[in-house]
Design a protein around this ligand. Sequence first.
Ligand code: NAD
Length: 361
Amino acid sequence: VRIGVVAETAPGERRVALVPSHVAQLTARGLRVVCEPGAGAAAWHSDEDYRAAGAELGDPWDADVVLRVTPPSVSEVNRLSSGTVLIGFLAPATHGEELTALRKAGVHAFAVEAVPRISRAQSMDALSSQASVAGYRAALLAAERLPRFFPMLTTAAGTVPPASVLVLGAGVAGLQALATAKRLGARTTGYDVRPEVADQVRSVGATWLDLGVVAEGEGGYARELTEDERAEQQRRLTEAISDFDVVITTAQVPGRRAPTLVTAEAVRGMRPGSVVVDLAGETGGNCELSVPGEETVVHDVTICSPLNLPSECAVHASDLYSRNLMELLGLMLDDEGRLSLDTEDEILASARVTANDEEGD
Ligand code: NAD
């Protein structure tokens, strides 16, 4: 079996799908790895590193299994042959044209974001691994933009109180943002509509903000709020937010536009120089004033809505993602290292976005 590693082409994307240490594990098992020249360069892995790990440098598009980070363009899909396995973030909900092209081309495409969140698939959960990186970077971004210290400091020139950080949405990214802000010395508070995460919030040293709005959905996710609940939540949050120097938002509801948690009025109520970091920009943002992909200053508050924070931490984001793909690949290979796709396997069946229609439909 030949495994191909492509160079990412999306603007600003620095991650690579497979890192040299994992290439070495595959080549040690007798698999061939073909790496597009420069594929790992932005994540600080040279072509020489890949060669030393046993990879060949060349055209990865005609490999049996093609690994990547971001969704391929239609012209990239056209470089894949029928029967090829493609694994990556494929954003099936928003990339309909590419998905149709993949189906027509007879590619077996697996979207990592569709891997089910069951215990057996935890090591393959790329949404979680990348969300964790995003949460970490969000706290650093907030610390850098805030014109105040995060920690409490006692100096000869006076005592500085710690910054207060509120994280809205205490899933994978939110908990990592809380933990990181705490390590930097801030006073941290977490909020979510799933009360079961209160203990997790406390376990990373944060205070739980109880607003009395509960919205547990299916599979450990939140459900969308009703109109009344939303109004109530916004009113209570607007009151609470004025006490904080930093608000980091991570709230998502699968398949829906991100909920608005920070209204324009809430931003107006924050002290000058305060910071909002909105991680939900890709699905419309949690702050009414966010401009996805931009950093703006409105009502004297800096509002950042970065779109790809994991890419800015490309070394470890790639390491973790590469590990996720290795585990997923493990499900597709038999003991002799041959490709064997078990269509009954729950993980593969869920992740597959071109299900059993390789003839095209
Ligand atoms: P996510 O990115 O979909 O959402 C982030 C957070 O936003 C969630 O905690 C959600 O409850 C919260 N949220 C949604 N609407 C909100 C609103 N109106 N107000 C406030 N908060 C709101 O979630 P995620 O981080 O990908 O995962 C969420 C949960 O899924 C995890 O905490 C965990 O319980 C579960 N999970 C399970 C596994 C597994 O078992 N393998 C893996 C990953 C996650």
